[in-house]
Design a protein around this ligand. Structure first.
Ligand SMILES: NC(=O)c1ccc[n+]([C@@H]2O[C@H](COP(=O)([O-])OP(=O)(O)OC[C@H]3O[C@@H](n4cnc5c(N)ncnc54)[C@H](OP(=O)(O)O)[C@@H]3O)[C@@H](O)[C@H]2O)c1
Length: 291
């Protein structure tokens, strides 16, 4: 029996981590890994920002596999082209990809408009593109601040507004999922600006959820704990540090991109039709360590 398939530790591009990943306790399989496909997103147009790798890439692929038309962006055209190829092969009718920096409103709007033009609508938005620049607060530059807040907060707000206006214009229901972080409620040294941006996302989720509930637009947040993707590159090639992080976690291991995608799919589906404004922590119990 395969108790510990290495893929569970990996991001989509986490080949480097493959060799270093430490053994972890066996765990329940995620829905996807169990071969269970409870989600049906045929006829849905889904936008996922920051989908060239990591969590966003997995989320985009999962929606595509569930029948949706999927629009993806990142800041590098060649990465988006590769993601499109690997996701859809020659059949590009259900995939739209564009180089776009979500921290720049013109580029973000061009991407969202391109998606809406190709698919005729936006039914589901996953705000995922995020950055972090871990360092002591006394060393944070104005550029660090702007890049973090403009990507993790400004980009989310304006993408959500674009999608909501599209939904309202068609008098159609829709869902928006913001990828937050446990850093919204935990305290980790060197993460002040990132944590502030993610705390803001949880509150933005509540405000927009309240504001747009009357238009049948649900807004929720999925807040991952530790998932070994390239955003955590600093520790991925340090097996001892990686193991120390994972041993501290109540479930004894980092999460997988697939487990984060499970939560996103749930919140995008009708299985969560009475949930809005919430932050769902998908964190192996990290938040439990903080009371
Ligand atoms: N992994 C974790 O442990 C963890 C924990 C909590 C929360 N999160 C959150 O989960 C989300 C995804 O993170 P991840 O772990 O998958 O990170 P990742 O592997 O670094 O992937 C980030 C993705 O976003 C894209 N991106 C970054 N900045 C962008 C911008 N300004 N415009 C457009 N695309 C941009 C990246 O491509 P380019 O760089 O080529 O643009 C990449 O496709 C982030 O919001 C992150 O804060 C992650």
């Amino acid at each position: 029996m395969e108790l510990f398939p290495i893929r569970r530790f990996l991001s989509r591009d986490g080949r480097a981590a493959e060799k270093q990943a430490a053994p972890a306790p066996p765990r329940m399989k995620s829905l996807m890994e169990s071969g269970c496909a409870p989600f049906d997103f045929r006829e849905k147009a889904v936008v996922v920002t920051g989908a060239s790798r990591g969590i966003g890439r997995e989320v985009a692929e999962r929606f595509y596999e569930a029948g949706a038309s999927v629009a993806i962006c990142s800041r590098k055209q060649q990465d988006i082209d590769r993601a499109k190829d690997e996701m859809a092969g020659d059949d590009r009718s259900r995939v739209f990809g564009m180089e776009a920096d979500v921290s720049k409103l013109l580029e973000l709007n061009a991407f969202l408009q391109g998606a809406a033009d190709q698919f005729g609508r936006i039914d589901i938005l996953v705000n995922n593109a995020g950055v972090q620049f871990p360092k002591p607060s006394v060393e944070v530059s104005e550029e660090d601040w702007d890049a973090t807040l403009d990507t993790n907060l400004k980009g989310y707000f304006f993408a959500a507004r674009f999608a909501a206006m599209d939904m309202m214009g068609r008098k159609a229901a829709g869902t928006i999922i913001n990828i937050g972080s446990v850093n919204a409620v935990t305290v980790v040294q060197g993460m002040a600006v990132y944590a502030a941006s993610k705390a803001a996302i949880s509150q933005l989720t509540k405000s927009l959820g309240r504001e747009w509930a009357g238009s049948n637009i649900r807004v929720n947040c999925v807040a991952p704990g530790f998932v070994p993707t390239s955003i955590n590159a600093a520790v991925l090639d340090k097996p001892a540090q990686l193991r120390a992080i994972e041993e501290r976690l109540p479930l004894g291991r980092g999460g997988t991109v697939s487990e984060i995608a499970d939560a996103v799919m749930f919140l995008a589906s009708d299985y969560s039709s009475y949930i809005t404004g919430q932050t769902l922590y998908v964190d192996g119990g990290i938040t439990l360590l903080h009371g």
